[in-house]
Design a protein around this ligand. Structure first.
Ligand SMILES: Cc1cc2nc3c(=O)[nH]c(=O)nc-3n(C[C@H](O)[C@H](O)[C@H](O)COP(=O)(O)OP(=O)(O)OC[C@H]3O[C@@H](n4cnc5c(N)ncnc54)[C@H](O)[C@@H]3O)c2cc1C
Ligand code: SF4
Length: 495
């Protein structure tokens, strides 16, 4: 274990954040790392529990807690505490392909199950992970791993989000020839066009792409499979085809259709337009964004965001950086408690109120939390040119398991920009139809229990497309497990 008395001697210390007043002036990442000595102290708090719930990924009370990658957390915390950074990173890399992504955006399911967190503060697993991977890049511990022997088998991966990248990484390291097809101009899926720059600098994805290319993975961007390339062609040219196309079909808001009303957008389209503008820019200052037009601008507008979660929060942070006049975030669910409820004990995932970076920034700029709970949009009003002018909200409540409006609670809000972040309802139709995939009612691809294979075919599927909208860490875990099955399919065994 780290230090016998580490958890008694040292308090938890997070990476420090640039204060909201400063960080909203640009789109830079804003978590500043601790110095190395402090980082080792944090690692020394790990108690190397006999039963490390942190690395277990258990489904408790319908939600997962513990790391889905089964990262060997106590092991690498111990090595980190002792100053063996290279070995510590090797233990981390054994189970995790891309700690630079999870070390930035993972909600740290591990920390929610950390034994230290039962009575005090959890170990800073997430920040320790980021330290290790960034040190590994800096010190050259990460080098291209080029397989000495190639199997001669060809695998196509469609979609380059974290699940597709994990499949490609694993199968390439195993010696198969992997080609990744991506319809966007850049790889990364929602890591690139979805999650904003301040949470994940896009240079981090480009650094990984370069490494994977040096190792032999071939990326084809701007290729939309199903449109530019047909399923038959893919299936006849490759020994296996893995579909990792995500779950980007947005849940519609019945009263406001982005295709019909000016000023209504799906959240991911809005976030993507900002990232694309920044990609064309030399720096990430808010002013330079405006120099690179073509993005959906929130400056001077009253913005309403429908839906909470990561997507809603990312929209809040982004519109604040644009210079929105006001921001309101509507959530249908009741406000969760600040502390764990009695029926939600450790180590279950805590169903508590999370005040994320966007909420903090809104509180700083506008003086109050932007979230309005148990509320939805009832109707919208447009001007003579069809542009959004205002919305009518209404309170909602659950009655006999159904969500119903509360009469007399209607309110009018000025709103020139409405962003829909109401969740996703599965993979897009055209890809599923092109490959004749059967889907669940949730719009996810059907594979047999515990398998990633589309029964009776050389097709496989992983990530949000199979699992439904989830997390980066789950996409990587699915990609790894799927790659193992593909390898077995190709070789008759897997190691
Ligand atoms: C705004 C937002 C913020 C989020 N924040 C977080 C967070 O902070 N932490 C976290 O853990 N998770 C977060 N998530 C969820 C996370 O991003 C996803 O769960 C994860 O990216 C899923 O990975 P994936 O590889 O399955 O799919 P995706 O990342 O969606 O990638 C799918 C890729 O397939 C491509 N594609 C689709 N169809 C085709 C086709 N026919 N031909 C070629 N290419 C195709 C798409 O262009 C895309 O690049 C967030 C999601 C959103 C929307
Ligand atoms: S990937 Fe996420 S859950 Fe796993 S150790 Fe890292 S931060 Fe924790």
């Amino acid at each position: 274990m780290g230090k016998d008395t580490g958890f008694l001697e040292y308090q938890r210390k997070n990476n420090t954040d640039v204060p909201p007043a400063e960080r909203i002036k640009n789109f830079n990442e804003f978590h500043k790392p601790l110095d190395t000595e402090k980082r080792r102290e944090q690692a020394s708090r790990c108690m190397n529990c006999g039963v490390p719930f942190c690395q277990s990924a258990m489904n408790l009370g319908g939600m997962f807690t513990g790391c889905p990658l089964h990262n060997l957390i106590p092991e690498w915390n111990d090595e980190l505490y002792r100053g063996h950074d290279e070995h510590s990173f090797a233990r981390l890399h054994k189970t995790s392909n891309f700690p630079e992504f999870t070390g930035r955006v993972c909600p740290a399911l591990c920390e929610k199950a950390c034994m230290c967190g039962q009575y005090g503060d959890a170990v800073t697993v997430h920040d320790n992970e980021l330290y290790l991977v960034e040190t590994a890049y800096e010190k050259g511990y990460i080098k291209p791993f080029i397989p000495q022997i190639r199997s001669g088998k060809k695998v196509a991966v469609v979609g380059s989000g974290p699940s597709g990248l994990a499949v490609a990484d694993e199968l390439n390291h195993r010696g198969h020839n992997v080609e990744v097809f991506e319809r966007e101009d850049e790889i990364g899926g929602l890591l690139m066009y979805g999650i904003p720059n301040m949470k994940l600098d896009k240079k981090v994805i480009k650094r990984r792409r370069k490494l994977m290319e040096d190792e032999g993975v071939v990326f084809h961007t701007n290729v939309n499979v199903g449109k530019d390339k047909k399923a038959m062609e893919m299936l006849s040219s490759f020994d296996a085809v893995v579909l990792c196309c995500g779950a980007k079909k947005e849940r519609p808001l019945p009263v406001a259709d982005p295709a019909k009303v000016k000023g209504v957008y799906n959240a991911v389209d809005f976030l993507t337009s900002t990232t694309k503008a920044l990609m064309g820019s030399k720096d990430t200052k808010v002013t330079s964004l405006a120099e690179h037009g073509g993005y959906i601008d929130a400056a001077g507008k009253n913005v309403v965001i429908v839906g909470g979660g990561d997507t809603g929060n990312d929209c809040i942070g982004t519109v604040i950086r644009h210079g929105a006049k006001s921001v309101t975030a509507l959530e249908m669910m009741p406000k969760p408690p600040v502390e764990r409820a009695a029926n939600n004990p450790w180590p279950e995932w805590p169903k508590t109120l999370k005040t994320d970076y966007g909420h903090e920034e809104a509180i700083h700029v506008f003086g109050s939390d932007p979230r309005v709970f148990e509320t939805t949009v009832k109707s919208i009003e447009t001007d003579k040119k069809g542009a959004l002018k205002s919305i009518e909200t209404v309170k909602v409540t659950f009655k006999e398991g159904k969500l119903v409006e509360v009469p007399g609670t209607e309110k009018k809000l000025k709103c020139e920009l409405l962003l829909i972040a109401a969740g996703f309802i599965g993979c897009e139709d055209y890809t599923a139809e092109e490959f004749s995939l059967k889907r669940t009612q949730r719009g996810t691809v059907i594979t047999p229990e515990g398998s990633y294979n589309v029964e009776g075919t050389k097709l496989f599927s992983a990530g949000d497309m199979r699992r439904g909208q989830s997390l980066v860490v789950w996409a990587i875990a699915e990609g790894r497990a799927c790659a193992k099955e593909v390898d077995e399919y190709l070789m008759g065994y897997t190691n």
